[in-house]
Structure formats: structure tokens, C-alpha cells
Ligand binder design. Structure first.
Ligand code: ADP
Ligand code: MG
Length: 877
């Protein structure tokens, strides 16, 4: 860092501000630019692809610098904040022309990943949550709070364990968490590893305006978490937060609990591969017409209900809307015209609305009578409660109608926003301007007559004001005395007259005054609207609920969903169930529906069947059906009887947990453990091919003991798919376990997948068939068949001499499946295809030995490919 004494006054000012925001990029306003200096400039120029220059190039230590034009600053801020950085905006606080000495500057806003509100159309259906976490070492409890700055939503909960905290944070997809000093470094590091920015705020600044927001919260930690959150927001935003809603306490246990892994694995809102919405349950269910509805649907989806009455209420509304096509389509017509009331209300509070926003607000409010009319046609017992919340707020709509023109400009300071007739004073100014223009037109005619110059004209520009323009050829005709020269152009001269000057100042004054009066009037209207923020928020809440429910009804119609019947008897029966997303992607004709039958005497379904037959799909199908049921939507089946689940646990998929760097098997065991520790008889557990990640006997032993444990101690509804065929014998001992299998049939030695789930165990595991489809060499497959028979006969590891057996095998013929005959032969090291005469090398023997030892059933086709590839490579040596 340069020595402070050598800094220019401006750089001293810069440094003083920067010292207050060491962890943020400081955008320092200099005229028409925002400049970055020093480290900020070096890093910023790389991220933002800006040219790096320097401030005092010729000195010994020049200061690195880069800048962005002030009009474009938002784009650059967005890029930095998207990358997880903070940006401090430092403005000039006085007009540089009027300033004596250094222009005063100060930071007007600190934009951070969690406090960003300017997020563009593509984010309209996403929430951006800022969270706060505090710890109380007396009660050993955490206070957890979150807020969405653009809508004013504010919630808090008391949490006991680190796992629940991480789950909440991940479910909310928060990008930033504010912690107090009691939160441990270990926890801070976990957030950081997960890509969540951690900010520190230990001191609570109590603010009279926000104190009511924490009123009535049930515990001290919760209050503190909200207070820390509010302090941080106020410190960073430095503007009015009148739209923040009073904090609502919630219990995570009031919702269907799904850990983050399950949400992720089930692809509820995010596609595992693309990280996008496409291909998710949200994508299927989202037929919402408003951005607020879209955000609410997403919130419902990650927090399904467990309260039977609330689920039933939603189902009733969906059924009513589904059965009234005409009213529903009228309703959606009205909803389409409703803008983002929630975020508009937020902008009103921030003071960042413009005329167009107010017109959007009015247009939205104007739809409410139509929406109420539609609801009036439907069963009041069902939709009455929503209708009751739809207060039209028509005073606001009338105010905007009276005050704001239909198509206002973007700027709020340049005039043209306020309607004629709204303000007498403004009308007078406008008259003056209008008269002035009239007078100018008359002057033009008069002067033409007086001078005889027909192309003489009156014009205006910013620098010279009003002028009379005369082309050079006509200059001779001008009377010298009255005309004063103002400006010379190539073929014309511009003049003024005393008379014109006088009028000019009158017109310009009227214009100036009318602009500033318009701005005043606009601010008055905005402040008036601000008084209705709470009513607007309540309205937004009702509209978005209705929007989600109509979306459910639409989707139910489109995808032939049925209303699930709820029961408390642990009775689950889905007839002809479907995986709605797979079905949508592959097309209705190709999808094979399947039943899931688990009555109160069946708790475990053991699912066998070949690879790729549909085991995983079947399990996910059930989980999605449960989620859809408990958010109040209808479900993809011919009929469904559903118990209400309290938790869903999944152990699905084999992707390594890359973030924490743990091995697949470790993750597998950890996830299994969570289920075993926390599941209740009301939970749903999905174990997909557990035990895959370790040696066969090891894995099988674990799998079997886990099944027994779940069956004997937990009694949760459990789907367990397995490639350990041996486990199917468990149905002899475990009364509440049933075998099902996904059917496959063989045609001419080829495997045909039927995707049909049927009672009983699969008759074999088909691993070798899958290997054949994968194109493995025929001799290898034949050998595997022999080993399998041997294994099935002895049920013990091979002890025979593999190389002896193989050596006795006649020379293999090329396999029919693969086109790469050379490659297959190469397995036996015969590159020239001539019969082999020399004895086998040590190397080759070793490879054959490994081949014989290979347990195909514990390998995926990909593993087999890799091994064969490796053998081939070694044989070529
Ligand atoms: P497994 O877990 O048994 O290996 P998956 O559940 O991954 O099999 O399914 C493999 C593929 O089979 C899926 O990607 C899908 O294309 C298809 N499939 C699964 N279930 C069905 C079904 N019920 N109807 C039609 N196709 C299905
Ligand atoms: Mg699978």
C-alpha cells in the first residue's frame, strides 16, 4: 500500500472510504465513471474484462485503476455479485461544479449476494434469500432468520443442530449468511465450502422503525437472529425498508422433512445435470401466470405440508378449479395481466419505482374485480377464504389513474409523468409553455413577413436556447438593429431579438418549474402508495396462492392427474402410477405405468430386476407422488391412496459428493445413517442399490442388516432396490417385506425391458445380459456364464484355477455384437490373427487370472469396459 502522506487528497478520501469496506469492491464515482483502484482494479479488470490503466502513470508507483461508465454500472455490479462478491457504491454527495475543495463522497449502498434486489426478468420466479444465524451457548440453540429484500418476506426459526441449519440454508438456496461471533469457525467454513458467502455482524443496532418487526417472537435467539439480520440490512442498504413484513416464526417440523440431498436427488427444483429448472418437478408443475405465483410454487415444493386439513383445503380448491373450466380460464386471463405486486411494493418502499411501475401496479389492481368475480362463481366454502383476502386496494388504483399518464417515461425527473387536470399549478405551467409555443409560431410568421425571408425559422437547442435561423444567402435582407447574432453555422446564422429573449426565459422557467413540480407530485403519489404497502402485500399473498392452485388444476388436466385419497392407516396403494417428468420427456405412449401396493402390513418392498429396467424410476416415482400429494396437488396415477409422510430419506444415485470430497461409499453410509437415526413409522425411505460402493460380501452383509433393522425397528415405508439377488430370500423371515421385480424377458438370447413391476423376485440378475448389450467379447461372456453357474451351485468364491480353465477353451470366435473384431481378438493377444503357438507370458497369465477373479455382478457395465480396456492395453505390451 502506498504511503498515505504521498497520496493526493482524492486518493486519501478514497482510502478512507475503502478502509471501511475492506471486503467489498469499491466503485468510486468520478464524474461520469465509477473507478476501481489498487487491488480492486487488478482483480476487477480481470473479472469484468476491463482495461487496466493507472492513475499517475509517470510517478514511481502508479496506482492501478479501471473504470466503468456510470450508466452501465448495474451490469458490472451484477457480474461481481453473481460471483459472490460485495460491491460498495460510493457516490458524489454534491454537485462537483458547486463544491468547494474536494467533492464530498460517501457509500450509498453495499450490494451483497443476499441483499441484491435488481435481478432481472430471468430471476422473477426465484427468491433471493439473505439468512442470519446466531448461537446461544446457554440453551445450545441457534436462531435462524431469513429475508427476501425485494418482497419483504421475513421468517425465523429456532434450530438445534448443524445439520438442520445446513439443510435450511441449502433448501432456501441462500447465497449469503450473516453470523454473530458465537457461531463456530467450523460452521463458517462449512458455509464457505458450500459456496455461501459469510458476513459478520455482531452488534445489534436497534432501530425504532423496525423494532415492531420482531414483536411476539417466541424465543430470544430468534429475536436476536432477526435483529442481526435487520441491522445488517440497514447497514448495507441505507434506505427505507418499510415493506419488510413482521417476522413470522416457523417450525421446520411443521413440514414434510426432506434433507437437501433428497431434494437434490429427486430433482424437485433443479436438474442434477444442468442445474436448471428444465426436467424438474417444478418445471412440470409450473403453469403459474405471475412471478409471485412462480416463487410461491417453488416455496411450496421444498416445504410440502403434513397437516391433513391444509392439504385437503388445497385439494378442494384444485378440484373446484379443475371442474370449472370456463371460470378457470377467465381467472387465468386476469392473472396474466397481474404484474409482480410483491416486488412492486418493495420498490415503492425503496423509493425506486418510476411511472411505469405505478402503471403496472394499477393494471394489476384493475384485475382484482375480475378475479373476485370468477371466484364468486365457484364454491364459497372452498374459495371464500381466498376471496376474503382479495381486497381490491382501489383507492391506490384510483390515485394512479388520476395522477399518472398512461405511458409514462422511464425517468421520473424529466417530466411527462403527471396527467393534465391533476394539479392546477402544473396545468398553468403547461399552459404557459403551450402559449409560449403558440407565440413562437406567430413570431415566425411575423418575422417572415417583416423580412420577406420565407425559410426563416425558429428553433431551439440546449446551449443557445431559442433562436431565429436565417440562411446565408438571405442575410442581406435582415434589418441590422433588432437582430443579435448568437451562433454561426456553415450555411446559416442564428439570431435572437430582445422580444424572443424575454419569451425564452418565460418558457424555460415554466418548463423548469413544471419538471420539478411533476417530480414533487410524483413523490407525493409514491408516498401515498407507500401507506398501502401492507394491504398490497396481503393482496399479493392471496393472488399468488390462487395462481399456484390454478396452476395445479391446469397441470392436473393436462397430465391426467387424480386426487389422492388421504388416510391415517399407513395404507399406500397407487394404481397405474407414473413418473410425471420421465413420462413428459419420453411421451405418454412409451411410459409403462406401475402399481405401488403397501398396506399397513407391508413396510418394505425389495425391488430386483436387471440394470436399466426401471428400478430407480419406480422409486423416484413414489417419492414424487408423495411430494405432489403433500403440496396439495393431484398425482400421476389412475388412483392413489396415500398416508401422510413426515419425512423422506433417499439414498439414490452414485455421484460422488464432490463438494465435501468424500468417497461414494462414505456418503452412502452417511445418508443411510441419517435415515436409520431419524426415520419414524411415518417416514418414507428409498434405498437405491445400497452397498454398491464396497466389496460384494461386505456390501451384501450391510444391505441385509440394514433391511432387517428398518423392518424390525423403524417400520418406515421403505423401497429397497438391489442387485444382490440373494437378498430376495429375506421374504421368508421378514413378515412385512415383499419382493417385487421389474420384468424383463429374453428373446433370442437378447434382453427386452418391460419396465413393468410385478410381485415376486426376479428370477436372475441379468448382469451378464447387460454386459452383452454393452458389447463385451463373447468368450468373456461365456466364461462369466460358467463362473456364474459355478457360483450358484456352490455359493462360494471361485477356487478353481482360472487360467487352466481358460487355456482349455478353444480359440474364441469373434463376438457377433461388436463391430470391433480386432479389439476382441486382441484380448487374447493375437494382433495378426494367426493361431498362437508360443507359451503364455507371465503378464498374460496375470491378466487371465484377474479376469477370472472379476466378479461381474458387482460391476457396472462401465466398470467392465474400463477393465477390459486396461487389459487390452497391458496385453499389447
Ligand atoms: P434401473 O434403476 O433399474 O437401472 P432406471 O430406473 O434408471 O433403471 O431406468 C432406466 C431407463 O428405463 C430410464 O431412463 C427410462 O428411460 C426407462 N424407464 C424406466 N421406467 C420406465 C417405465 N415405467 N416406462 C418406460 N420407460 C421406463
Ligand atoms: Mg438404478
Amino acid at each position: 500500500m502506498a504511503n498515505a502522506t504521498k497520496l493526493t487528497p482524492m486518493m486519501q478520501q478514497y482510502q478512507a472510504v475503502k478502509d471501511q469496506y475492506p471486503d467489498a469492491f469499491l466503485m468510486y464515482r468520478l464524474g461520469d465513471f465509477y473507478e476501481l483502484f489498487n487491488e480492486d482494479a487488478i482483480k476487477g479488470s480481470q473479472i469484468l474484462e476491463l482495461t487496466l490503466t493507472s492513475r499517475n502513470r509517470n510517478s514511481k508507483d502508479p496506482i492501478p485503476m479501471c473504470g466503468v461508465p456510470h450508466r452501465a454500472v448495474q451490469n458490472y455490479v451484477d457480474i461481481l455479485v453473481d460471483r459472490g462478491y460485495k460491491v460498495a457504491i460510493c457516490e458524489q454527495m454534491e454537485d462537483p461544479k458547486l463544491a468547494k475543495g474536494m467533492v464530498k463522497r460517501s457509500v450509498t449502498q453495499l450490494i451483497t449476494p443476499g441483499t441484491r434486489t435488481e435481478s432481472g426478468v430471468e430471476n422473477a420466479k426465484n427468491n433471493n434469500y439473505l439468512t442470519a444465524l446466531v448461537y446461544d451457548d446457554q440453551t445450545k440453540q441457534y436462531g435462524f432468520a431469513y429475508a427476501e429484500l425485494s418482497t419483504g418476506e421475513l421468517k425465523t426459526s429456532q434450530l438445534g443442530t448443524v445439520d438442520t441449519i445446513i439443510n435450511e440454508a441449502l433448501s432456501l438456496q441462500t447465497k449469503e449468511v450473516v453470523v454473530d461471533a458465537k457461531v463456530s469457525d467450523a460452521l463458517v467454513q462449512r458455509f464457505t465450502k458450500l459456496g455461501i458467502l459469510v458476513s459478520h455482524q455482531d452488534e445489534i443496532k436497534s432501530m425504532a422503525e423496525t423494532s415492531y418487526l420482531t414483536e411476539g417472537l417466541p424465543s430470544a435467539v430468534q429475536k436476536r437472529s432477526v435483529a442481526i439480520l435487520l441491522t445488517y440490512i440497514t447497514e448495507t442498504q441505507k434506505r427505507d425498508l418499510a415493506h419488510l413484513q413482521r417476522a413470522v416464526a416457523y417450525e421446520p417440523s411443521a413440514f414434510l422433512k426432506m434433507d437437501h440431498n433428497s431434494q437434490y436427488n429427486l430433482e424437485l427444483t433443479q436438474n442434477i445435470r444442468t442445474k436448471k429448472k428444465s426436467g424438474t418437478l417444478l418445471w412440470l408443475l409450473d403453469n403459474t401466470k405471475t412471478a409471485m405465483g412462480g416463487r410461491k410454487l417453488k416455496r411450496w415444493l421444498v416445504r410440502p405440508l403434513i397437516d391433513r386439513q391444509t392439504i385437503t383445503n388445497r385439494q378442494n380448491a384444485v378440484a373446484e378449479l379443475l371442474n370449472h373450466y370456463f371460470e378457470r380460464s377467465q381467472l387465468t386471463d386476469a392473472l396474466v395481466k397481474v404484474y409482480d405486486l410483491e416486488r412492486l411494493a418493495g420498490r415503492v418502499a425503496f423509493g425506486s419505482v418510476n411511472g411505469r411501475d405505478l402503471i403496472q401496479l394499477k393494471t394489476s389492481l384493475d384485475q382484482i374485480p375480475q378475479i373476485k368475480y370468477c371466484l364468486g362463481q365457484l364454491d364459497q366454502k372452498i374459495l371464500g377464504p381466498i376471496d376474503a383476502h382479495l381486497e381490491p386496494v382501489d383507492d391506490v388504483s384510483r390515485l394512479i389513474e388520476a395522477a399518472i399518464v398512461d405511458e409514462p417515461p422511464i425517468s421520473v425527473t424529466e417530466g411527462g409523468i403527471i396527467k393534465d387536470g391533476y394539479s392546477h399549478q402544473l396545468d398553468q405551467y403547461r399552459d404557459a409553455m403551450q402559449n409560449g409555443k403558440q407565440w413562437l409560431a406567430e413570431l415566425e410568421t411575423r418575422e417572415r413577413k417583416a423580412t420577406g425571408i420565407n425559410n426563416l425559422k425558429i428553433g431551439y437547442n440546449h446551449v443557445f436556447g431559442y433562436y431565429i435561423e436565417v440562411t446565408k444567402v438571405n442575410l442581406g435582407k435582415l434589418p441590422k438593429d433588432r437582430y443579435q447574432r448568437k451562433q454561426t453555422l456553415t450555411n446559416a446564422e442564428r439570431f435572437s431579438t430582445p422580444e424572443l429573449k424575454e419569451r425564452e426565459s418565460l418558457i424555460l422557467e415554466a418548463q423548469e418549474k413544471s419538471k420539478s413540480l411533476e417530480y414533487e407530485l410524483f413523490v407525493e403519489v409514491r408516498d401515498q402508495v407507500k401507506k398501502s404497502i401492507q394491504r398490497l402485500q396481503r393482496l399479493a399473498d392471496a393472488v399468488s396462492t390462487l395462481d399456484v392452485l390454478q396452476s395445479f388444476a391446469n397441470v392436473s388436466e393436462e397430465y391426467r392427474l387424480v386426487r389422492p385419497e388421504l388416510n391415517d392407516a399407513h395404507d399406500l396403494e397407487i394404481i397405474d402410477g407414473r413418473h410425471p417428468v420421465v413420462e413428459k420427456v419420453m411421451g405418454r405412449q412409451s411410459y409403462v405405468p406401475n402399481d405401488v401396493k403397501m398396506n399397513s402390513d407391508t413396510n418394505v418392498l425389495l425391488i430386483t430386476g436387471p440394470n436399466m429396467s426401471g428400478k430407480s424410476t419406480y422409486m423416484r416415482q413414489l417419492a414424487l407422488t408423495v411430494v405432489m400429494t403433500q403440496i396439495g396437488c393431484f398425482v400421476p396415477a389412475k388412483s392413489a391412496k396415500m398416508p401422510i409422510f413426515d419425512q423422506i430419506f433417499t439414498r439414490i444415485g452414485a455421484a460422488d459428493d464432490l463438494i465435501s470430497g468424500e468417497s461414494t461409499f462414505m456418503v452412502e453410509m452417511k445418508e443411510s445413517n441419517q435415515a436409520l437415526q431419524q426415520a419414524t413409522p411415518n417416514s418414507l425411505i428409498l434405498f437405491d442399490e445400497l452397498g454398491r460402493g464396497t466389496a460384494t460380501y461386505d456390501g451384501m452383509a450391510l444391505a441385509q442388516s440394514i433391511i432387517e433393522y428398518v423392518h424390525n425397528y423403524i417400520h418406515a415405508k421403505t423401497l429397497f432396490s438391489t442387485h444382490y439377488h440373494e437378498l430376495t430370500a429375506l421374504d421368508q423371515e421378514l413378515a412385512q417385506l415383499k419382493n417385487v421385480h421389474v420384468g424383463a424377458s429374453e428373446k433370442n438370447g437378447e434382453l427386452v425391458f418391460l419396465h413393468k413391476v410385478e410381485p415376486g423376485a426376479a428370477d436372475k440378475s441379468y448382469g451378464i445380459h447387460v454386459a452383452k448389450i454393452a458389447g463385451l467379447p463373447a468368450p468373456l461372456l461365456q466364461r462369466a456364464d460358467v463362473i456364474l453357474k459355478d457360483l450358484e451351485a456352490h455359493a462360494s468364491p471361485i477356487e478353481s484355477q482360472p487360467q487352466a480353465t481358460l487355456a482349455a477353451t478353444p480359440k474364441p470366435a469373434p463376438a457377433s455384437k461388436s463391430g470391433d473384431a480386432d479389439g476382441q481378438l486382441a484380448l487374447f493377444a493375437e494382433p495378426d490373427r494367426t493361431p498362437r503357438t508360443e507359451p503364455m507370458s507371465k503378464n498374460d497369465q496375470r491378466i487371465l487370472n484377474e479376469l477370472a477373479q472379476t466378479d461381474l455382478m458387482s460391476l457396472t457395465p462401465m466398470d467392465v469396459m474400463n477393465r477390459v480396456y486396461e487389459w487390452k492395453r497391458r496385453l499389447k505390451k
